[in-house]
Design a protein around this ligand. Structure first.
Ligand SMILES: NC(=O)c1ccc[n+]([C@@H]2O[C@H](COP(=O)([O-])OP(=O)(O)OC[C@H]3O[C@@H](n4cnc5c(N)ncnc54)[C@H](O)[C@@H]3O)[C@@H](O)[C@H]2O)c1
Ligand SMILES: [Mg+2]
Ligand SMILES: [Mg+2]
Ligand SMILES: [Mg+2]
Ligand SMILES: [Zn+2]
Length: 432
């Protein structure tokens, strides 16, 4: 005897809150449109069941297609609520993706290994770099792996959508290694054997491709896009190899005196050929591969429920991402975060917290990922660097990450630390 819609919604929410599984399913089978109705403070039936630890009701609601990505008026999802009230089994259930894989919302367990380009597959064996005899013997071993780079791109084969690195033997590449323009670097090994090397060559790319026995091989033209299609292990190897090879290609002359330089120590050092050069006296950082630190930050609104994202002109349409900028000399990364955010968006930042980092071999950045809490909210963008910056709500961010239908913006791809920072924020309880 249900007369008004409101009453029915109330009955339904109440049944979910009490854990009355049979009433919840009866009501839903009669009136499917109840599924995502909200009551006081925007709470859904799923949130109420999650609040009170009713596992079977949560399960039943999910099987009826209840939307777990809705937030209430305090910007909490049902997952946030289950986690806060200590119903771990319910939080686990809500955190699953449709394919049964855990952790769709559990960004708070982010570890450095989860950032693309950051997996250390090989032991770098840096102690062996000065052991020329050992390196030379390793080079000739039949199980030694060679990666080939042309124009700072590795040769990859593309069996399907993904790229995988083409691996060469000494026999196949030994002639190329003799060419004067070739630069060879020792990458390391897995418990010393097999050893891995990478080299760059300026020979004709079409001829090089003929050396590979695999099909669909190429040197990708757009590293920013194509190098994101490797598996995690190979991405980690490419991060090391590409940065070091890029450094060789830029430091063929000594930054101190302008004389030619040559590689040493398995390609991890370059030394000046002018025996009078200052760079040969003592240790000089110009002789070693360079890394440029960049801070990248998710700026969180003082209300805790919005974040600041910006877009550069070169981004694909509708994509917004974290603000980022190079660390300047004599600056802590906390200060760099405050300066870059202020420069690019006009927003002032108080506390800064380090989250995780990511090598970004384009050519040699180390992205230092932070959360930063804003202490002002007015936006005034620096139009030279940023086309637009905006505050986005948790609901908009959740929609963009997890739902298909027309979100307010497009998030950067999962291989970027920007994506991981945004996801990490969603996995944290904003208001609790
Ligand atoms: N992995 C990710 O999620 C991600 C996201 C955003 C940016 N990035 C990388 O971070 C880099 C820096 O971000 P940004 O462009 O916003 O920095 P930014 O805001 O400091 O502005 C870039 C400008 O800084 C100057 N600059 C100062 N030091 C520099 C250096 N060592 N190398 C080159 N330019 C230098 C140049 O004028 C350059 O145009 C980008 O180039 C990009 O490769 C990675
Ligand atoms: Mg900047
Ligand atoms: Mg910037
Ligand atoms: Mg800058
Ligand atoms: Zn010199």
């Amino acid at each position: 005897n249900w007369d008004t819609g409101d009453e029915m919604v109330e009955k339904f929410l109440d049944a979910a809150a009490r854990g009355d599984l049979s009433q919840v399913s009866t009501l839903l089978s009669h009136v499917p449109s109840l599924t995502n109705q909200t009551g006081y403070s925007g709470w859904t039936a799923l949130m109420l069941a999650a609040r009170n630890g009713h596992y079977h009701v949560v399960e039943n609601l999910l099987s009826h297609g209840c939307d777990k990505f809705i937030v209430n008026s305090s910007s909490q999802t049902a997952y946030d609520i289950a986690k806060f009230w200590g119903h771990k089994h319910i939080a686990d259930l809500l955190g699953q993706t449709d394919d049964g894989c855990q952790r769709v919302l559990l960004g708070s367990h982010i570890s450095p290994q989860e950032n693309y380009f950051s997996r250390e597959t090989l032991d770098r064996l840096s102690g062996k770099r000065t052991d020329e005899a050992w390196l030379e013997a390793k080079q000739r071993k039949p199980d030694t792996v060679y990666l080939m780079f042309s124009n700072l791109s590795p040769m990859v084969s593309t069996p399907q959508e993904d790229n995988s690195l083409c691996r060469f033997t000494y026999e196949t590449v030994k002639d190329l290694l003799q060419k004067p323009a070739t630069v060879l670097i020792f990458l390391g090994g897995i418990q010393e054997t097999p050893a891995w090397f990478a080299f760059s060559t300026d020979e004709d790319a079409a001829e090089l491709l003929k050396l590979c026995t695999e099909r669909n091989c190429s040197f990708p033209k757009m590293p920013n896009r194509d190098l994101l299609k490797l598996n995690e292990e190979e991405a980690g190897i490419v991060a090391q190899a590409r940065s070091v090879l890029a450094w060789h290609s830029r430091y063929s002359f000594c930054p101190t005196c302008g004389t030619s330089t040559k590689p040493e120590e398995g390609g991890h050092k370059r030394i000046c050929l002018n025996s009078e050069c200052r760079s040969l006296k003592g240790v000089h950082n110009t002789c070693y591969p360079r890394v440029d630190p960049v801070v990248i930050m998710l700026v969180i609104h003082p209300d805790g429920n919005q974040c600041l994202l910006g877009r550069k002109k070169i981004f694909p349409a509708r994509m917004f991402s974290c603000l980022a900028g190079f660390v300047e000399p004599g600056e802590t990364f906390e200060d760099a975060v405050r300066r870059e955010v202020e420069e690019e968006s006009g927003v002032q930042v108080g506390p800064v917290q380090y989250i995780s980092c990511q090598p970004w071999p384009m050519p040699s950045n180390l992205m230092i990922g932070c959360f930063a809490v804003a202490i002002s909210t007015d936006i005034r963008v620096d139009e030279n660097e940023i086309e637009e910056a905006r505050w986005f709500t948790r609901q908009q961010v959740i929609d963009s990450l997890f739902r298909e239908a027309s979100p307010a913006f497009i998030a950067p791809p999962r291989q970027t630390i920007a994506h991981q920072l945004i996801r990490h924020w969603i996995g944290m309880n904003a208001n609790l």
